[in-house]
Ligand binder design. Structure first.
Ligand SMILES: Cc1cc2nc3c(=O)[nH]c(=O)nc-3n(C[C@H](O)[C@H](O)[C@H](O)COP(=O)(O)OP(=O)(O)OC[C@H]3O[C@@H](n4cnc5c(N)ncnc54)[C@H](O)[C@@H]3O)c2cc1C
Length: 397
């Protein structure tokens, strides 16, 4: 395996690094640690929206998309380098993550020409913010059990039902919605994938407050909502295939953008600055050993991700490494922030508004947000099942 990146990838790195150095915002909003742009507080949202628009104007949103759809047609290697530079620069997040990471790539693959023309430019520019309506109160891990119904009436579908945990629905203009169009068919065969205008009459969005205090996600209710049939993606009752394409983009997206070494470096920096028993916590060999253990895991994860990259460069489809990457990234992150809590002792409880908070309360926020990463995009148990069945060939449970 060749661990060096190609010259074209390094060229993009130089270009993007220079752009970031010239354009990164000088001042930040107070609690931007998790790159969580979704809280009800408009300051955070407006800050991330302005950043999105700047990135878009520079041509740095959706770089992997084909040039004809407004992307740069970046290679896989260039995408990896791009993500590395975002992490290195500690850049803020963009606002239309669901649009750019999930909806755009899915529409490029499955959408009609009209759907691509209508939505793709607005996804990149964040003129259209998107949300994802998959989960329901009784259909999360087993999302194919969903009950939201769509019935045909003339040129429209009439939609009734409820979704939950819908991230960013309170900001969204559009939603990728999974609906049941044939209740008699086996559960995977009666689902359709439709694009819903969130400003349609009959839609109610109710916020759910997270343990971090953010209002990132919502319950969404649909009462006789009219959706034009031209908003169907793929064939009627065959939406499951389209939904799985979106899920694949979601899982690889969650793990590939995160280099866990930067989180380990942050932890090491914290240990060096923290004083325990009259000296720096870093002087304690047990602390250093623990952090060295995390560093080994972060490096192993990086090489697993590179192995996946090699597969993709050889033209093979993404393998179940996407599940391994998602599982290891989110669980390692949880253990690292738990250890930071131990190091901080009583200071761990101070949030970003408290005068004596360490690092502006970043670690407490990260601790509270960490569990959600082990759930979103498919829980750790579900990723274990996929790895057990598809990688290790264990019998289905
Ligand atoms: C931060 C965040 C953002 C999210 N954003 C969105 C969004 O924008 N749109 C959207 O549609 N959804 C979203 N979700 C929902 C997410 O996809 C679901 O929470 C997730 O799929 C789990 O479903 P559930 O919560 O219904 O839990 P359940 O499926 O009810 O699971 C409950 C527990 O049982 C375990 N379990 C379930 N089935 C099995 C099994 N077969 N084997 C072993 N264990 C099992 C699970 O691991 C879990 O521990 C988000 C979730 C989070 C945390």
């Amino acid at each position: 395996m060749d661990f060096n990146y190609s010259e074209e990838a390094e060229q993009l790195r130089r270009e993007f690094r220079a752009w970031l150095e010239a354009n990164l915002p000088k001042a930040r909003v107070p609690n931007d640690f998790g790159n969580e742009p979704m809280s009800e507080d408009r300051t955070g949202w407006d800050f991330h929206l302005a950043w999105h628009k700047k990135m878009h104007a520079g041509g740095w949103v959706g770089i992997s998309w084909p040039k004809e759809y407004g992307g740069r047609g970046a290679t896989l290697e260039q995408q990896v380098v791009y993500n590395e530079e975002l992490v290195r620069a500690n850049a803020p997040g963009i606002v239309n993550g669901i649009g750019t990471m999930l909806v755009g790539p899915t529409l490029i693959h499955w959408g009609t020409e009209d759907q691509k023309k209508r939505h793709i430019p607005k996804i990149l520019s964040a003129e259209e913010i998107w949300c994802q309506g998959y989960s329901e109160p009784n259909a999360g891990s087993d999302v194919a059990s969903l009950q939201t119904r769509a019935v045909e009436q003339g040129d429209d579908f009439i939609v009734n039902g409820q979704k939950v945990w819908t991230s960013g629905a309170h900001h969204a203009d559009m939603c990728i919605l999974l609906v049941r169009t044939d209740p008699e068919a086996p559960k995977h065969k009666g689902i359709s994938y439709i694009l819903v205008d969130m400003h349609s009459p009959g839609i109610t969005v109710r916020p759910l407050v997270q343990i971090t205090g953010d209002r990132g996600f919502n319950e969404v209710f649909f009462e006789d909502v009219r959706v034009p049939k031209k908003n169907l993606v793929g064939a009627k009752n065959q939406g499951w295939q389209v939904a799985v394409t979106t899920l694949m983009f979601e899982r690889t997206g969650i793990s590939s953008g995160r280099d866990m070494m930067s989180v380990v470096d942050d932890l090491a920096d914290l240990a060096q600055r923290l004083r325990r028993n009259g000296r720096s916590a870093w002087n304690d060999t047990a602390v250093r050993q623990k952090i060295a253990g995390f560093a080994c895991e972060a490096h192993a994860l990086r090489y697993t991700n590179l192995r996946q990259l090699t597969r993709r460069l050889k033209g093979l489809p993404p393998g179940p490494e996407g599940s391994a990457g998602k599982l290891i990234t989110s669980e390692l992150n949880l253990r690292i922030v738990k250890f930071a809590m131990e190091l901080l002792g009583p200071y761990a409880q101070l949030d970003y508004q408290a005068p004596f908070a360490f690092d502006r309360g970043k670690w407490l926020y990260k601790m509270l947000a960490a569990r959600a990463l082990t759930i979103a995009g498919g829980t750790s148990e579900i990723q274990h099942n996929i790895i057990g069945e598809r990688v290790l060939g264990l019998p289905k449970g």
